[in-house]
Design a protein. Structure first.
Length: 499
C-alpha cells in the first residue's frame, strides 16, 4: 500500500485504515505496511507504514536541519511554552488517546485514563518546568597572579536524539523520553513499538497542531532488525540513543552505536522481587503484591515476578494472594471493574504459555491459573492468559531467573534478612524491588543492601518524576528522571573566564 500525502489525518487513530510516519512536519506513507492487531479479539486496527532506510535518513536529516532553524534559536522559556501547548493538546484529545492505547494494548480503560495518558501530560509539563528552573555550577578559582578566574557550566543540546520505546506502556514511556529531549533543545527521531503505534501517531498530530517546527519531532514506524529500528541506531547522524525494551536488544543496540561512541540510555528487563517480612501490615502487603504482580497483565518492567515471604506467614500469604488473584476480573477493556486484559499479542502469549508449561516441568506447584481463560465470545480470539501463582521452584529454575513479562509470580519462603538479601541479589537483573515491613530500621537497612536501581518500601510504582530511574546489571545503563534526564539529554560544557 502506498500513501504519500502530507496532510494530518483527521479521524481518530482507532478508526483509521493506515498509520503514517511524520517527517519534517508532514505525514508521509510507505509502500510497505504491516498490520496492527487488536489483542482483545484479533481484529485489524489499521495498516501501519514501515519505514525504509531512505525514510529514516530523511527524518534524521530533517532533525539535523531543524537544530539550525527556529527551534535552535528559541530560549528555554520559549521551548517550555511549546511543550506546555503539547501537554494541553493531549489533554484536549484525552479520550482519543485513551481509545488509541486501549485498542493497541487491550489494557483496561480506567488504567489508560488514570496512568498512561495522565503521565504523558505530566511528562511534558514536568520536564518543561524543570528545564526552565534547572541550575548549573559556578566555581571561583585562585590563580597565580591573584586575579582569579570563574568557571561555570552550561547545558547545550546534544543534537539529534534517537528514541526507541516499548509496547507495554506506549505513550507513557514514549513521552518519558521525547519530552526531556525536546526540553533540552534537541530534535528527535522516534520509533514506537510496532505493537503499539497508534498513540504515538496521535501525538504527532498534537505536535503539529501545537506549532512544533518541522523536523523537531519526527516519527517513524517499523520493526527492529532490518527495519526502522536498525536503520535508526546505525545512522551516523544521531547524537544519542535512548531505548526501553529487552536486555538482548539493548546489547545489540550498544554494539551498533559503539563505533560512533554515541551516548546511550537503556532501561532494560527485570526479574524484580518483592520481600514480605512477618512484621508487615499483612493486608497492605497482599494488596501491594497483587498489584505489583498483575498490573497491566504483568507487562510492566517493574512487576514482581519473584516474591519472598518470611516463613511464619508464608502459608497464610499464599492463601490470601491466591484468593485475591481469583477475584481479579478478566474481560473487555471497557467492562466495569475489569482488572486483567490480554497480553499484547498472540506471539507474546505463546512465549508466556511456554513458561507456564516449563514451570510444571521444573516442578512448580500451580497455586492458581496456569492456562488460558475461555469466554465463549470474541475474546477467545484474543491473547488472554490466566493470572498465575507458583510455589515450589528452586532459585535456579528458569522460571525464577528469566523474565517472563506476564501475569505471574513465584512465591518462596525465607527465614532471615541475610538470606533473603542474598537471594534477591542473586540475579543477572537489577531494576526494582518492593520491601514490605513495619520495622523502620529494617526498611532502611535492607533497602541499602539490595542491588537494584529502585527500592520501594510498603508501596509499589509510586513515582516522583524528579527522581532517578534506571537499573543495574542487565536491567539498564544510565539514569533518567529530573535533572538526570537533563544531564543525559544535554552536552554539559565548562566555560573558564580569566579575571
Amino acid at each position: 500500500m502506498k500513501n504519500s500525502g502530507n496532510d494530518p489525518a483527521v479521524k481518530p487513530v482507532a478508526e483509521r485504515k493506515q498509520l503514517r510516519h511524520y517527517v519534517d512536519g508532514a505525514f508521509v506513507g510507505s509502500e510497505v505496511t504491516f498490520s496492527n492487531i487488536n489483542p482483545v479479539d484479533g481484529t485489524l486496527i489499521a495498516e501501519v507504514c514501515e519505514a525504509n532506510a531512505s525514510t529514516v535518513d530523511q527524518a534524521v536529516r530533517a532533525a539535523q536541519a531543524a537544530l539550525k532553524g527556529p527551534w535552535g534559536r528559541l530560549s528555554v522559556q520559549e521551548r517550555a511554552a511549546v511543550l506546555h501547548k503539547v501537554a494541553d493538546g493531549i489533554l484536549a484529545r484525552f479520550e482519543e488517546f485513551v481509545e488509541a492505547e486501549v485498542a493497541d494494548t487491550g489494557r483496561p480503560v480506567h488504567q489508560a485514563r488514570t496512568l498512561d495518558i495522565a503521565r504523558a501530560i505530566a511528562n511534558f509539563r514536568t520536564f518543561a518546568d524543570l528545564a526552565k528552573t534547572a541550575n548549573t555550577d559556578l566555581f571561583e578559582m585562585a590563580t597565580a597572579d591573584g586575579a582569579g578566574a570563574l568557571n561555570y557550566t552550561v547545558r547545550k543540546p546534544l543534537g539529534v536524539i534517537g528514541v526507541i520505546s516499548p509496547w507495554n506502556l506506549p505513550l507513557l514511556l514514549f513521552t518519558w523520553k521525547v519530552a526531556p529531549a525536546l526540553a533540552c533543545g534537541n530534535t528527535v527521531v522516534a520509533k514506537p513499538s510496532e505493537e503499539s503505534p497508534s498513540s504515538a501517531t496521535l501525538l504527532a498530530e498534537v505536535m503539529h497542531d501545537a506549532g512544533v517546527p518541522p523536523g523537531v519531532f519526527n516519527l517513524i514506524h517499523g520493526f527492529g532488525k532490518d527495519s526502522a529500528g536498525e536503520f535508526l541506531t546505525r545512522h551516523p547522524g544521531i547524537s544519542a540513543l535512548t531505548f526501553t525494551g529487552e536486555s538482548k536488544t539493548g546489547s545489540t543496540i550498544m554494539k551498533s552505536v559503539a563505533d560512533g561512541v554515541k551516548e546511550v540510555s537503556f532501561e532494560l528487563g527485570g526479574k524484580n522481587a518483592a520481600v514480605v517480612f512477618a512484621d508487615t501490615d499483612f493486608d497492605a502487603a497482599v494488596a501491594g503484591v497483587l498489584r505489583s504482580a498483575f498490573t497491566n497483565s504483568g507487562q510492566v518492567c517493574l512487576c514482581s515476578e519473584r516474591v519472598y515471604v518470611q516463613r511464619p506467614i508464608f502459608d497464610k500469604f499464599v492463601a490470601a494472594l491466591k484468593a485475591g488473584t481469583e477475584r481479579l476480573k478478566i474481560g473487555y477493556p471497557h467492562d466495569d471493574g475489569v482488572d486483567i486484559g490480554p497480553l499484547i499479542s498472540h506471539g507474546h502469549r505463546d512465549k508466556v504459555l511456554s513458561y507456564y508449561k516449563l514451570a510444571v516441568e521444573e516442578g512448580a506447584t500451580v497455586v492458581t491459573g496456569g492456562g488460558v481463560p475461555s469466554f465463549g465470545d470474541a475474546r477467545d480470539a484474543g491473547a488472554y492468559v490466566q493470572p498465575t501463582i507458583w510455589t515450589g521452584l528452586t532459585d535456579s529454575a528458569r522460571c525464577v531467573t528469566e523474565e517472563i513479562f506476564g501475569p505471574v509470580c513465584h512465591i518462596a519462603p525465607f527465614d532471615n534478612e541475610e538470606e533473603v538479601i542474598a537471594r534477591v541479589n542473586d540475579s543477572v537483573y537489577g531494576l526494582a524491588c518492593a520491601v514490605w515491613t513495619t520495622n523502620l530500621s529494617r526498611a532502611h537497612r535492607v533497602s541499602r543492601q539490595i542491588h537494584v536501581g529502585l527500592v520501594w518500601v510498603n508501596t509499589w510504582y509510586l513515582r516522583d518524576l524528579r527522581t532517578p530511574f534506571g537499573g543495574v546489571k542487565l536491567s539498564g545503563l544510565g539514569r533518567e528522571g529530573g535533572r538526570y534526564s537533563l544531564d543525559f539529554y544535554s552536552d554539559v560544557a565548562n566555560i573558564c573566564i580569566k579575571l
